[in-house]
Write a protein of this length. Sequence first.
Length: 110
Amino acid sequence: MPVARLLLSENATVTICHSRTADLAAVCRRADVLVAAVGVPRLLGADAVKPGAVVIDVGMNRGEDGLCGDVDFDAVSEVAAAITPVPGGVGPMTIAMLLVNTLNAARRRV
């Protein structure tokens, strides 16, 4: 929801789905920028991504073969213009922004 609000504030058209959305792949295929934060390992495959789209995989799932995202990275990387890896994609940015916000809060306190 926070990403949706940020995009809306920049006048983007935003569609929000969940894992049980009817024909999820068809809805996702319409996106120029696809942000996946579902919590279901490899839920979205190449059939769910428009060729040339940008895919931001926020999901972090632990399975028998290690960590993976909500997007099937190998399959989608063949279709997408850009895709964030899991691990190592949005996680480091989240940590960096947490540190920035902590520093800002500490400066405002004194």
